[in-house]
Each structure stands twice: as structure tokens, then as C-alpha cells.
Design a protein around this ligand. Structure first.
Ligand code: AMP
Length: 295
């Protein structure tokens, strides 16, 4: 295997130093592993733009709430290494929890601005501490890797928005690239957590994207956002899915969107389908405009 597996941040810095000195650009793809085509799209995007591609592979305990799936989160490092290499990763950084969070770890990176206490960050859902865990580990990765560009999936739209704000506010010099959501043929957004779906739940799960597309088509047909969300909700109900949330928010600051004001609107959904908590989203432009990335 030619992909280099690195276990500590000191070894990672040592491996990257000569590459950076030689003028090579570095791309970072943070993941929690159990790779699917969504992750591989991020690695390929990094491969296209950067000389050195670093994928991190770390199930980050601080972004899981008590009672969530930290222990049962699917893991298969050997398979991940083979897939990462095939997609073009040069280095896989797979640290231990102790390497990332040494004894006495007590420093956190927290993004405010109303970005982390809504949608998945609502205290009644995963809560703002989920994003605090994400931004802390990503900030640490940015510091260790010093990437020229970092790649995140549109599937986790709120996460990408939060990280973009963190990078801007804390002067990280990395470019944040958002990669479109990769889907199964029936529309279900790929996710490591899809493995939790029973065959019957797997059949119901594409209703999330169907609902989002229904809202999108309603808006394109001239419906109000409220009516479009009501149409989407009906699609979920028909599939027996009660969403945790189904909301329209402006994609730049995540404030509630009641109407188009020229800014892209994120329509985001989260729902428990059997044993899996699934999320998905689409970004809508004003009626008659094509889908706009959440930049
Ligand atoms: P995870 O391993 O689930 O933490 O995801 C690692 C990265 O892959 C994040 O930036 C995700 O947004 C991205 N990602 C996960 N699923 C998809 C998908 N279906 N399409 C595109 N990117 C994805």
C-alpha cells in the first residue's frame, strides 16, 4: 500500500514540512471514516487541486452527545485505507484519542452568531456542543496540517457554514471548499450512518430527498416557502417519517427565511428513520434561478 498512515501530530508535521518547503500545496479532507462515495468525492476534489492530499480518519468523541452512537459508530480502517488510496489520498492521519485530546485538555473553539444553536445545534437536538466538538477538532487539524485548501461536504451544510465562519473569524488561511452531496441512485444522501437502516427503513429513507425536491419544485413553480415546506412535510408524512426539523434558513447566516430576498435559502431536514438519524438539504435560489452553492 502506498498511502502513508500517520498516527501522531508530530509525525504528521514532520512528514508535511519538506513538502511545504518544496512549494507543494496541501489539501485536507477531515473524515470519521467508514468511507463511502461522498468521502471519496472530497478526496478526488482535493487530488485535483492540491499536490499533497491528507485525509484525517478520527471518530471525534467530543462531537457526540451522551447517548449518541460514539461506541457503535461503524469503523473499518483497513477498508478505509484502501479506498482512500484508490481515490488519491497520499497520507491518512489516524490518531488516537490521546494524541488529539491529551490529559488535561481544556480549550474549546466555539462559533456563535446564531450558527450553532439552530437546526442540529438546537439544545433539544444534538445541541451547540456538537458543533463545539467539530470546530475544536477541525481547528486542531488546521493548525497541524496548515492546509492550503480543506474539503467539506454539502451534505452537512450547517457544519460547512460553521467551519467557514470559524476559518474567517480566526484567520485560518485555508480555503474552504464545499463539495456537492453524493447520493445513492434513489436519492438518499450517502452517509456512514445509512448502515444502521433496516431493509424496510432503507426503503423509506429516500423520502427525505424526495421531500426536499418537492419543496424545490414547488418554489420553482412559484409557491411560497411556507407552502413548499408544507408540501415537503406531506411527502415525509406519507412515508411515515416525522422530521426532527424541516426548515428554510438563509444559507449565509442561518436566520429563518420566510421569503426570497436574493440570498440562497437552505432547506434542511433531519429525521430519525428507524435506528438512524439522517440529515439532508438543498439550497434554493430565488424562483427561476438554478441551485446555488452555499457560499
Ligand atoms: P463524516 O465522516 O460523516 O464526518 O464526513 C466527513 C466529510 O464527508 C464531511 O465533510 C461530510 O460533509 C462529507 N460527506 C459525508 N457524506 C457526504 C455525501 N453524501 N456527499 C458529500 N460529502 C459527504
Amino acid at each position: 500500500m502506498s498511502v502513508q498512515v500517520i498516527r501522531t501530530k508530530d509525525d504528521l508535521r514532520a512528514a508535511l514540512r519538506p513538502r511545504r518547503r518544496a512549494g507543494e500545496t496541501i489539501g485536507l479532507v477531515p473524515t470519521m471514516g467508514y468511507l463511502h462515495d461522498g468521502h471519496l468525492a472530497l478526496i478526488r476534489a482535493a487530488r485535483e487541486r492540491c499536490d499533497v492530499v491528507v485525509m484525517s480518519l478520527f471518530v471525534n468523541p467530543t462531537q457526540f452527545r451522551e447517548g449518541e452512537d460514539l461506541e457503535s459508530y461503524p469503523r473499518d480502517e483497513e477498508r478505509d485505507l484502501a479506498l482512500a488510496e484508490e481515490a488519491g489520498a497520499d497520507i491518512v492521519y489516524a490518531p488516537s484519542v490521546e494524541d488529539v485530546y491529551p490529559n488535561g485538555f481544556a480549550t474549546w473553539v466555539e462559533v456563535g452568531g446564531g450558527l450553532t444553536d439552530v437546526l442540529c445545534g438546537d439544545p433539544g437536538r444534538r445541541g451547540p456542543d456538537h458543533f463545539r466538538g467539530v470546530t475544536t477538532v477541525v481547528a486542531k487539524l488546521f493548525n497541524t496540517v496548515e492546509p492550503d485548501a480543506s474539503f467539506f461536504g454539502q451534505k452537512d451544510a450547517q457544519q460547512a457554514i460553521v467551519i467557514r465562519r470559524m476559518a474567517r473569524d480566526l484567520d485560518f488561511r485555508t480555503e474552504i471548499v464545499t463539495v456537492p452531496t453524493v447520493r445513492e441512485p434513489d436519492g438518499l444522501a450517502m452517509s456512514s450512518r445509512n448502515t444502521y437502516l433496516s431493509p424496510a427503513d432503507r426503503e423509506r429513507a429516500p423520502a427525505l430527498y424526495r421531500a426536499l425536491r418537492t419543496a424545490q419544485e414547488a418554489v420553482e413553480g412559484g409557491a411560497s416557502l411556507d407552502d413548499a415546506l408544507a408540501d415537503a412535510r406531506r411527502v415525509l408524512t406519507e412515508a411515515g417519517i416525522e422530521p426532527e426539523y424541516l426548515e428554510a434558513r438563509y444559507a449565509d447566516d442561518l436566520t429563518p427565511a420566510a421569503a426570497f430576498d436574493g440570498r440562497p435559502v437552505l432547506v434542511a431536514v433531519a429525521a430519525r428513520v428507524g435506528a438512524a438519524r439522517l440529515i439532508d438539504n438543498v439550497v434554493l435560489g430565488p424562483p427561476s434561478e438554478a441551485e446555488t452553492p452555499a457560499e
